[in-house]
Design a protein around this ligand. Structure first.
Ligand SMILES: O=C(O)c1cc(C(=O)O)c2c(n1)C(=O)C(=O)c1cc(C(=O)O)[nH]c1-2
Length: 249
């Protein structure tokens, strides 16, 4: 028998409660003030790779959507990240954070020095959305159900614990507090409406689990590379490189 809409929604929310990356030890370090400046920089560099791939993921999704109404709604996700004019949008806001922690934004944008596992995880998400059913693709985006809580927690933790934190450097996260709920209200309703069989509910739940793994493995990679005993993989960012001051001198 197919689970009811309410049971299915509860199942999706439980996946977040059990597996979302707010529970990862790297986030505890970061939000609690336990990261060194270089560990924060490593996070900013690697997380940029996720940010810069999200609009490509959404464009891959939209290329498969035949319903103009759905494309119109979905395209605001790309605008949120890329902006609707020069020097706007989430990617630019992320680069403000990069500058605030002393990184050269050109270096960050080059994506040189991104950890191999970050690339594998994020690229797998883009491919997943390109290749799987639309239901699985939308379900995978539902980790955003859990994102506003972690963004609020992060703003509070960073402001309290790090000198670089202020309204400008954290503007990315503050903006997401209103953007993500809009996306997820649409995405959740769409998934609940379209997963009308048990088989489809199972596929959607599995897609959401896949996405929690994408997020978790990025933090595992960061922790392994930059938290003692640090093991930076060949070719990945080495502290001291890609800095703003190094460029000026
Ligand atoms: O900081 C975070 O923990 C976090 C998590 C997620 C997420 O849950 O996938 C996103 C974001 N931030 C985010 O800023 C963002 O733009 C975003 C887009 C998506 C997506 O899957 O389409 N997830 C997320």
């Amino acid at each position: 028998m197919t689970a009811t809409r309410e049971e299915f929604e509860a199942r999706l929310r439980q996946i977040g409660a059990d597996r979302y990356h707010d529970k990862h030890p790297f986030h505890h370090l970061l939000h609690g003030g336990g990261c060194t400046p270089d560990q924060v920089r490593a996070w900013v560099i690697n997380r940029y790779y996720y940010q810069h791939s999200i609009p490509m993921k959404d464009a891959a999704f939209m290329s498969r959507v035949e319903d103009p109404e759905m494309r119109r709604i979905w395209r605001s996700r790309i605008e949120d990240h890329d902006g609707t004019a020069e020097n706007e949008g989430g990617i630019k806001r992320w680069l403000k954070l990069a500058e605030a922690v002393g990184l050269d934004p050109d270096y960050v944008q080059s994506c040189e020095g991104v950890l191999p596992a970050t690339k594998f995880a994020v690229d797998a998400y883009v491919r997943f959305v390109r290749d799987k059913t639309l239901l699985e693709a939308v379900a995978a985006s539902l980790t955003e159900l859990f994102a506003p809580a972690i963004h609020a927690n992060r703003i509070e933790g960073l402001l309290k614990n790090y000198d670089f934190a202020n309204d400008v450097s954290l503007s990315y996260f503050r903006k997401r507090l209103t953007e993500a709920p809009k996306d997820v209200a649409f995405g959740l309703k769409w998934v609940l409406d379209h997963a009308e069989t048990q088989e489809k509910q199972d596929a959607a739940a599995k897609a959401l689990i896949f996405k929690t793994d994408v997020l978790w493995s990025q933090l595992d990679a960061l922790h392994s590379a930059y938290v003692e005993p640090a093991r930076v993989p060949p070719g990945a960012w080495q502290p001291g490189t890609g800095m703003l001051l190094a460029k000026a001198s």
